[in-house]
Write a new protein. Structure first.
Length: 131
């Protein structure tokens, strides 16, 4: 099966941000996904110099990661915006919105409308309220 459009785009555009494995830890919070054989999952650390450069967000807030998900043999693709925070829900939403705005521009420029119908964008905020 031909590699999916979003899959190819994120692997190329965010290659400098690709993390090994399917987990991420920040703010004493860990998000981990156990994959099945038919799943493709990538974590891209975009809250970094390389990530901000990929998104044209130099010296601006950005969420922690992009998470790509798809299943082999299926056309649907999911790109999630992930932010881990100890506190500050409003700040987390702002960081996701900044990243979303830039990724949306990239998708509109690089993918045709028909391919975008198979893409779902999602936001995930994981918080830890510690006393």
């Amino acid at each position: 099966m031909e590699e999916k459009r979003l899959h190819r785009l994120v692997k190329q555009h965010f290659s400098s941000c690709l993390l090994s494995g399917t987990s991420f830890k920040d703010a004493n919070i860990t998000v981990s996904i156990k994959t099945n054989q038919d799943e493709i999952i990538y974590f891209f650390r975009i809250d970094s110099d390389e990530g901000r450069e990929c998104l044209n967000l130099i010296n601006k807030p950005c969420c922690d990661c992009l998470v790509f998900y798809s299943k082999k043999g299926k056309v649907a693709e999911i790109l999630g915006f992930l932010e881990l925070k100890a506190v500050g829900f409003h700040e987390a939403t702002e960081q996701i919105i900044k990243a979303y705005d830039q990724v949306k521009i990239l998708l509109d420029e690089q993918m045709d409308r028909n391919s975008l119908r198979n893409v779902t964008l999602a936001a995930y905020i994981c918080m830890s309220h510690q006393a």
